[in-house]
Write a protein that binds this ligand. Structure first.
Ligand code: NDP
Length: 295
């Protein structure tokens, strides 16, 4: 069994970006600039955004954090997106989800200029992804593809089961794994909460991507020998022995599943780190692209 080490792969991706950035700047490119919009005080969202900003700093990008109170009006948020769209110094825009219930996420995402949509959630980027055209790809599934590539995991002809069909993880993941591309080319089954006999589906899978948000859902008896298991879940489990009052677990019962796997990604230390690396790569590519558009 080999652990898919997010720390190692994310480091390699970031090193590559740093090298490209040096060349980009030598050739007159400017420092890539990410704008992150955060609404409210949700603990997990705060942590994710802080980590994205910190990573921007570490890699030599500019970042701007725009914070709003939980009760910000939809119009004010939309106005901010318009201003960021028009600001030529901003290359990438991300709006940390989820947004409060009174704001329509779809409206906000659809307003982001697709050329700055480094989260890859805009319908234009999703459509391009479906058609196999160059697109900003949602950072988590993109990060998983970078991980498969790093470990040169053969996927062609394999049966992949993706559990979860959200627009940000499961659905784009299923599209990427089914594309006629290296590190795709699987036969994909996309499962969700209405899937009947999920265990039987999983037992047929060569690759399982667990992205449902249920702590330790995927157990040892659901996985066949030598399967490749990618754990996307980030679940906080109450733990009074920890200073924070919780610890993190994935959607996979690691101790049971890992011994059966050929490869498995851990939580923490797996996909979460790849998500940030992929976001940085998208931001760098946005900067390169925006420069071409401006020149
Ligand atoms: P969503 O809640 O948006 O989607 C969950 C999906 O899982 C839905 O499609 C749902 O089905 C399906 N599902 C729920 N329960 C079951 C079940 N019992 N059996 C089968 N399918 C089920 O979650 P996200 O996609 O946003 O996130 C999934 C997990 O990944 C979460 O733990 C989240 O924290 C984590 N995450 C991690 C990231 C990272 O960087 N590592 C980034 C983003 C998310 P239905 O559609 O029928 O409701």
């Amino acid at each position: 069994m080999q652990v898919l080490d997010g720390k190692t792969v994310a480091h390699a991706v970031k090193q590559e970006i740093k090298e490209k950035l040096i060349n980009f700047k030598k050739n007159g490119g400017k420092t890539p600039h990410l704008a992150a919009v955060l609404v409210g005080n949700d603990g997990a969202s705060e942590t994710y955004v802080a980590s994205k900003i910190k990573n921007c700093e570490e890699i030599g990008f500019k970042s701007t954090l725009i914070r709003f109170e939980e009760n910000v009006g939809e119009d004010e948020l939309l106005h901010t997106i318009t201003v960021l769209n028009e600001n030529v110094d901003i290359d990438g825009i991300l709006v940390q989800l989820p947004l409060p219930k009174h704001i329509k996420e779809e409206k906000v995402i659809n307003l982001i200029n697709p050329d700055k949509d480094v989260d890859g959630f805009h319908p234009s980027n999703v459509g391009r992804l479906v058609q196999g055209l160059p697109a900003f790809i949602a950072a988590t599934p993109y990060g998983i593809m970078l991980m498969l590539k790093h470990y040169q995991i053969e996927t062609t002809g394999k049966h992949a089961v993706v559990i979860g069909r959200s627009n940000i993880v499961g659905r784009p993941m299923s599209i990427l794994l089914s594309q006629n591309m290296p590190y795709g080319n699987c036969t994909v089954t996309l499962c969700h909460s209405k899937t009947k006999n999920l265990k039987a589906m999983c037992l047929q899978a060569d690759i399982i991507v667990a992205a449902l948000g249920k702590p330790e859902f995927l157990t040892g008896d659901m996985v066949k020998e030598n399967a490749i298991v990618i754990d996307v879940g980030i679940n906080r489990v109450k733990d009074d022995s920890k200073k924070k009052g919780y610890h993190l677990v994935g959607d996979v019962k690691y101790d049971e599943v890992a011994p059966k796997c050929s490869y498995i990604s851990p939580v923490p230390g797996g996909v979460g780190l790849m998500t940030i690396a992929a976001l940085l790569l998208n931001t760098f590519n946005a900067s390169v692209r925006n420069r071409k558009l401006i020149d």
